[in-house]
Design a protein. Sequence first.
Length: 348
Amino acid sequence: MGARQILESFDRWRAAREPIVLVTVYETAGSTYSKAGHRILIAANGDYRGLVSGGCLEGDLAERARHVAAAQQASTGTYDLRDAADELWGLGIGCNGLLRVLLQPLLAESDYQPFAAIAACMAGARAAGVATIIESTRAELPIGATAVTVAGEAQVFGARGAGIELLAGAARETLRARLAHVSEEQGCSILHAPLRPVPRLLVLGAGLDAIPLVTMAAELGWFVTVADHRPAYLARGGFERAERAQLVEPERIVDALPIPEFDAIIVMSHHLATDRKYLAELARGSNRYLGVLGPPARRDRLLSELTSVAPDFGQRLKGPVGLDIGADSPESIALSILAEIQSTLRLQ
């Protein structure tokens, strides 16, 4: 279940004004399916989006979520599956791990905060910092109080008085963190969870081999746009999972599409002159991943014709694209490309 599917479910449940519970992993030890900062949603009827375990703990989480929604009060829970504890639960999972989770009620009366703010960041284009109280002895900072900040501007939910600025400051500090972690500050424990937006992929070229690439990226939960200058390529279908399929002339993509918002761009028109036009438009950009399909000689030829536009373009342009996994079909090539993009984005 990708992040995009979680957002879509949230929008649907929110529109129906259903109670929802946000479950956030805040501490792990040993071997666990998810790590600190991971979030899932559970609806009032027990339906859930996302996984904390491989599906082993979600049933119990749904029951806990029902009580949290009824009480309208955040709570924490611990799943200790190490050694004998695993047998105690009777699950026989054998993961030998411990997870601690925070469950927060999301209610229509409070506009489903704080997840509404988190969802807006996930669907946006800028990194955010989320700070959440998981333990507290302070009345102005109850468990579940949360701050969400983007570019220094913080939204604070559930805190009062002096707790507002403390939590907002913790969220601003989270922007500088690479991994989720817990800090102890002035009578409370705070989960700092960096929040990256859902990846946005632009596929330039709507050939048949673009279909599995778009489909797999959508399955990962990414926002995907596919563009081509050939109407027949877009009209034949196969891109129903894309957020957008657009007809655009190669030399006008900067005007027609929000190029800076895409984390990754793949150029794959299978037409040398068209790829050259695409790359000329993209050469001065700063997208986190830019690749062109084809062998090294083809990439080098394209680069030789673009040195006057961007002398250092060769340092940014990936080609051949994809990890070397022995890919020999459109589907396996798509897999290799998405694996490389995923690795690149996570390391940046």
